[in-house]
Design a protein around this ligand. Structure first.
Ligand code: SAM
Length: 260
């Protein structure tokens, strides 16, 4: 699975939305201690940087070395490559040991994880009883009444090429197993809906679409989903392609503590 992200690391680093600073404030307010955080599936580290505004040390891990090559340095963030072959005990030691982590964040990545294995590690590594895990994702970007239907049509064309795990994103994490005690910010089956306001250029939106793993997967199978014709259709729906438009990512979050 990590290979999917290796190929697209550069486009990903350009195209991802920035998560609002209030999210990190809200999460930090949930943990009485702010010594150690773990950002899992960190990619270029954008969530790790947000968390580092509130926590003394952030361990930021990813299975993809090439994603980490685009990670933004920060004095309180320690990036670490954790290959799929790493044992749970090694990973536990890398992160800080049993009962050590105040906050775990997983931004737009948990749907790729082997959940029972990851959750059993989370239960070991989180500080009990107050440590919190927060996972979030986003799917749709809403741009304008003219553009959004074209985007929906394009999305529908990509459906056969997504990894089955993407279904959790398509249903906004409503079916994502999340066996933790609610802390008032979403709960299993009932994620909290959040908006990520952003501004996006036409090139930016094309970058986002190119970064979709399904687009890369289709290309590998000889299908160019973002063909010239499709790009022209997007152009027409956008209007002046020099125009930077206000847009909103529809996001969803679940947070919780280890069950007693
Ligand atoms: C869509 S990117 C999200 C990156 C970043 N968290 C963000 O919000 O922009 C998903 C990341 O999860 C990583 N990933 C996938 N499976 C993983 C696993 N089992 N353990 C750790 N990282 C994983 C990928 O390499 C990739 O960097």
């Amino acid at each position: 699975m990590a290979g999917l992200f290796d190929k697209q690391a550069e486009i990903y680093a350009d195209a991802r939305p920035t998560y609002p600073r209030e999210w990190y404030q809200k999460l930090a307010a949930l943990t009485p201690r702010q010594a150690l955080a773990w950002d899992v599936g960190t990619g270029n580290g954008q969530a790790a940087l947000g968390v580092a505004e509130h926590y003394q040390q952030v361990i930021a891990t990813d299975v993809s070395e090439s994603q980490l090559n685009y990670a933004i340095p920060h004095p309180r963030v320690q990036y670490m490559h954790t290959p799929p072959s790493i044992s749970d005990d090694e990973l536990l030691a890398t992160v800080g040991g049993e009962n050590s982590v105040d906050l775990i964040t997983v931004a737009q990545a948990i749907h790729w994880f082997e959940l029972p294995k990851f959750y059993s590690l989370v239960n070991r590594v989180l500080r009990k009883p107050e440590g919190v895990i927060a996972v979030w994702g986003y799917q749709a970007i809403q741009v304008s009444p003219t553009f959004d239907p074209i985007l929906k049509k394009f999305f529908d064309a990509t459906l056969p090429y997504w990894n089955p795990n993407a279904r959790y994103v398509f249903d906004q994490y409503k079916t994502l197993p999340f066996p933790f005690e609610s802390v008032g910010l979403g709960s299993e089956g009932n994620p909290v809906a959040l908006d990520i306001p952003t501004e996006v250029s036409f090139e930016g939106i094309l970058g986002i679409l190119r970064s979709w793993s399904a687009v890369a997967m289709a290309k590998e199978q000889g299908v160019e989903l973002l063909s010239e014709g499709v790009v022209r259709e997007f152009e027409r729906a956008w209007g002046d392609t020099k125009l930077v438009r206000n847009a909103v990512y529809k996001a969803f979050m679940l947070a919780g503590k280890v069950k007693k």
